[in-house]
Ligand binder design. Structure first.
Ligand SMILES: *Cc1c(COP(=O)(O)O)cnc(C)c1O
Length: 408
């Protein structure tokens, strides 16, 4: 019997009842704008910032309109100017180089290893060879590099780190939350991330001046005293005349939806990881397929899973993807020449020209990537692993249309 998986890879869980009630309360009083508060009232957005700062152990937090907006704001607040170069991961998604382009700067891509993290040797080489003084570090698909080694390299070269934590909200390296290593940590609250307000973003930092700039830029006008996780007014005094307003605030409706979800995050992380481990267990040992071993220092969030088909011919990988799709299993491939859906490669971002990176190409061309929504049961994950295992096995044995699978 051929099993077919019938679940949806894009269906998230419903918004929790507690969050729906909080949203309805905001709708009933009508004060959706974050600075529109009744006398003595603490708005949902200010409370969200205070709670997320406490949750991550950061001093300051600013809630904004999207993850991409958070990253562009962090770059501006870090002093990146038009024409500057900014280092970033070659294995990432379009909003990351996009945030660099948004401030008129130029991305310089750093390679990826088989652990799917940034290549630290390439980072050190590019830190020496370029004038870039900022690294936009993308913890792509939740894989965290050796942060101690990365920070040592960046400190030695005077490079400021900004962390893209779109896939690491709730994750940590050696017990320190992802987002707490760099000047800023940037998070997305978009539907496909770890909390869901449709759209939304969060920025954290311990730097008072950078926090004040981010608050001003987000569109605080001169109402920054209504923030609960911002530096004191005297810090704003020092930046308020030369920081432009680039509106991208969060509103109280989305903040109301997010607060209960953030409280539930640790439990959700456990549920994601149980699903991840079921997939990983089912895939481990498949001939021709390599699972990504996670370092002991990393506490990750298994909201997606990646495996490598190393050294496979592109046609053979395409065949695996097609065969899995026929059985209801949606896999993305990072080796495709054309950008598809959310997946694209550095050579598709033609506004950011780059020299070819053959070693990274070999890794990117081998990555199969799959979302793990919490609407999947553990048994669903075991079934998906069985299907992938069978289809990889079938192509591995016969090759696509009888051709060799590996080599070339
Ligand atoms: C989703 C995402 C972002 C940005 O988030 P938006 O809220 O969609 O702007 C940034 N980086 C990565 C890796 C992402 O997947």
């Amino acid at each position: 019997m051929t099993e077919i998986f019938s679940g949806s890879f894009t269906q998230q869980e419903p918004i929790p009842e507690e969050a729906i009630e909080a949203a309805v309360a905001v709708l009933r009083h009508g004060r959706l704008h974050r600075y529109n508060v009744a006398a003595g009232e603490l708005g949902e957005t200010a409370l969200l910032e205070q709670e997320f700062a406490a949750q991550t152990g950061a001093r300051y937090c600013v809630a904004v309109a999207s993850g991409g907006y958070a990253m562009a704001t962090a770059l501006r607040a870090a002093g990146v100017r038009p024409g500057d170069t900014v280092l970033t991961n070659v294995f990432t998604l379009a909003p990351v180089p996009g945030s660099i382009a948004a401030v008129g700067a130029v991305p310089v891509f750093v390679g990826v290893t088989e652990a799917l993290t940034i290549d630290l040797d390439d980072l050190a080489a590019k830190a020496r060879a370029t004038t870039a003084r900022v690294l936009m570090l993308s913890h792509m698909r939740g894989h965290i590099c050796d942060m101690d080694a990365l920070m040592a390299i960046c400190t030695a070269h005077g490079i400021t780190v900004i962390e893209d934590c779109a896939h690491t909200m709730g994750a940590a390296w050696r017990g320190t939350p992802s987002g707490r290593f760099g000047l800023f940590g940037c998070y997305s609250c978009q539907t496909y991330k770890h909390v869901n307000s449709g759209e939304g973003g969060l920025l954290i930092t311990n730097d008072a001046k950078a926090a004040a700039r981010a608050v001003m830029m987000s569109g605080s006008y001169m109402l920054y005293e209504r923030h609960l996780a911002a530096p004191p007014p005297e810090v704003f005094e020092s930046v308020k005349y030369d920081t432009p307003n680039i509106s991208g605030r969060m509103d109280n409706l989305r903040a109301a939806i997010l607060r209960p979800q953030l409280r539930a995050l640790p439990d959700q992380v456990d549920r994601w990881n149980a699903r991840y481990r079921a997939l990983e267990d089912g895939l481990r040992g498949t001939p021709g397929l390599q699972v990504i071993e996670r370092p002991a220092e990393e506490s990750f969030v298994g909201s997606s899973i990646q495996v490598l088909l190393k050294g496979w011919q592109p046609d053979a990988i395409g065949e695996v993807v097609t065969r899995c799709a026929r059985r209801g299993v949606e896999i993305k491939w990072f080796g495709g020449a054309e950008p598809v859906g959310f997946t694209s490669r550095y050579d598709s971002w033609r506004y950011a020209p780059s020299a070819p990176m053959p070693e990274s190409d070999a890794v990117l061309g081998a990555i199969l990537d799959m979302r793990v929504p919490l609407t999947f049961s553990i048994e669903d994950c075991a079934q998906i692993a069985r299907i992938i295992r069978a289809e990889v096995g079938a192509v591995w044995q016969t090759g696509p249309s009888g051709q060799a699978v590996a080599g070339g």
